[in-house]
Design a protein around this ligand. Structure first.
Ligand SMILES: [Zn+2]
Length: 287
C-alpha cells in the first residue's frame, strides 16, 4: 500500500503509564511502550498525542472515593496484588490515556488508540484480575458529564467477562447511557466462532447503532493459543478478521472508535505484539 494511503494512528501515550518493576504474571504494565514501538517499527504513521493523569475526583466518578484514595495512597492492594505507589501513579496515567483518547475521538469524530489494559475486571470498590480502575466506565461517565455525549458503546472483545465494567455501570446508574457487550459472557468456541464472526457486523449494528462513540477492547487473549483463553478461540487470521469487521462496520455507521489493548498472555511476548500489529493492519485496511 503506498504510504500516502496509510491512515494516521492517533496514539494517546505517555511513558508514565508504564511500570518497569515486576508486577507478576500480567505483562500489561510494560505493554504500552512495546506495542507503540512495534506499531512505529511496522511503518504505520503513528502520531503520539498528549495525555494527562486523571485526578482522584475524576477516577471516583466510577468508583468508591475511599477505594480510589486507598489505592492511590498505597493502603489498598491494586489489581496486581501489591500496594506499590509506582503502580498507583501509573494507573492515573492509563486511565488518563484512555480518557484523552476518548475525548479526542468524540470531539473530532475520528478514531484513536490508547495502548492500555487492565480495566474490565475492576469493580466499584475492588480490584481484580490485574485490573484496578475501570478506565472504560470512567471515560464514559466523564464524556457524558463533561462533553454531553448521549450514548457510549463498550465493545469488549477480550476473551474474559467484563464483570467489573458491568459492576461499575450498575453501581453508578450509568446503564441508561452506556451499551456494553462482552465476548467473555458468551461461550464462543472452535465449533461456533466462525458463525459468531459472520454475525459480528450485525451484532455491532444491533447493540451500538445509536452510540456517539465506541470503546473497543481489542484483547488478544481470545486467540486459540493463549494460555488464558476463555471465549473466542480464534485463529490468527480470525483475530485479524475480527478487527477488520469492527473498523469497517464502525466506518459504515460513522461512529468513531477508541481502541485499547486489553488482555493477551502468550509467551514469548512477541506473539502478543504480533497480534496487536494485526489490529493496526486491520485498521489500515478497513474502509
Ligand atoms: Zn482477558
Amino acid at each position: 500500500m503506498p504510504e500516502n494511503q496509510l491512515k494516521e494512528m492517533l496514539v494517546f501515550y505517555n511513558k508514565k503509564q508504564n511500570v518497569n518493576e515486576g508486577v507478576g504474571y500480567s505483562p500489561s504494565a510494560k505493554k504500552p511502550k512495546l506495542v507503540v514501538h512495534a506499531w512505529k517499527q511496522s511503518g504505520y504513521p503513528v502520531s503520539i498525542k498528549k495525555t494527562r493523569p486523571l485526578s482522584l475526583e475524576e477516577i471516583s466518578v466510577a468508583h468508591d472515593r475511599n477505594y480510589v484514595k486507598g489505592i492511590l495512597n498505597g493502603k489498598i492492594k491494586n489489581g496486581f496484588g501489591n500496594k506499590s505507589l509506582n503502580v498507583a501513579k501509573s494507573l492515573q496515567w492509563t486511565t488518563g490515556s484512555f480518557y484523552c483518547a476518548a475525548a479526542h475521538a468524540y470531539l473530532h469524530k475520528t478514531n484513536t488508540f490508547s495502548p492500555t489494559s487492565g480495566f474490565h475486571h475492576a469493580g466499584y470498590n475492588y480490584a481484580k484480575g490485574f485490573c484496578t480502575f475501570s478506565g472504560l466506565t470512567i471515560a464514559a461517565i466523564l464524556l457524558s458529564r463533561q462533553h454531553k455525549a448521549q450514548r457510549i458503546g463498550i465493545l469488549d472483545l477480550d476473551s474474559h467477562e467484563g464483570d467489573g465494567t458491568t459492576n461499575t455501570i450498575y453501581k453508578t446508574n450509568s446503564d441508561d447511557f452506556i451499551s456494553h457487550y462482552s465476548l467473555g459472557e458468551y461461550d464462543i468456541q472452535k465449533h461456533n466462532n466462525k458463525e459468531w464472526l459472520d454475525d459480528l457486523p450485525n451484532l455491532i449494528k444491533t447493540n451500538f447503532s445509536d452510540c456517539d462513540i465506541i470503546f473497543y477492547q481489542a484483547g488478544v487473549d481470545c486467540h486459540e493459543d493463549d494460555p488464558e483463553v476463555h471465549s473466542g478461540h480464534f485463529t490468527t487470521e480470525q483475530i485479524y478478521l475480527r478487527d477488520k469487521l469492527v473498523y469497517s462496520t464502525c466506518i459504515e455507521l460513522k461512529i468513531p472508535v477508541v481502541t485499547n489493548l486489553a488482555g493477551g498472555y502468550q509467551k514469548p511476548f512477541q506473539k502478543i505484539i504480533d497480534l496487536h500489529n494485526l489490529t493496526a493492519k486491520a485498521f489500515q485496511e478497513s474502509q
